[in-house]
Ligand binder design. Structure first.
Ligand code: DQA
Length: 141
């Protein structure tokens, strides 16, 4: 089983950006955590991060026929991107949405997620652990 993990804009700034909300660990630590979780579960992961909506659409399209699952933290595009929602629908790959923070207990505008209209499951507010929970969900472990 092969899973593509996608992180959206500004997640590369983890550790620097709003540590009271996103914690003090940096993006390299998140990538390490995801790889270690995948190893423990016994699943292949590919990691992708971009600050650009079109690049995220491109990587979702190129996942067709290659990956069995997608874990995505679309970051700010969660709340704005019909294009990412449509790309996920187009490839029809089982998808889990992850947010480090609890998007339901923050600003009103963060409560709506376009990606949730497609994602099978959402883990929000579990910090890095949400990514592991998503891998476990997709692998049935
Ligand atoms: C986020 C929540 C989003 O609202 C925000 O725009 C992000 C990160 C999270 O992981 O908590 O950039 O997706």
């Amino acid at each position: 089983m092969k899973i593509l993990v996608i992180n959206g804009p500004n997640l590369n700034m983890l550790g620097i950006r709003e540590p009271a909300i996103y914690g003090s660990q940096n993006f390299a630590a998140l990538e390490r955590f995801i790889r270690e979780s995948a190893n423990a579960i016994g699943v292949d992961v590919s990691l992708f991060q971009s600050n650009h909506e079109g690049e995220i659409v491109d990587v979702i399209q190129s996942a067709y026929g290659v990956f069995d699952g997608i874990v995505i933290n679309p970051a700010a595009y969660t709340h704005t991107s019909v294009a990412i929602l449509d790309a996920l629908k187009a490839v029809s790959i089982p998808t889990v949405e992850v947010h480090i923070s609890d998007i339901n207990s923050r600003d009103e505008f963060r409560r709506f997620s376009f990606v949730s209209l497609y994602a099978e499951k959402v883990y929000a507010g579990y910090g890095f652990d949400g990514y592991k929970m998503a891998l476990e969900y997709l692998t049935g472990k």
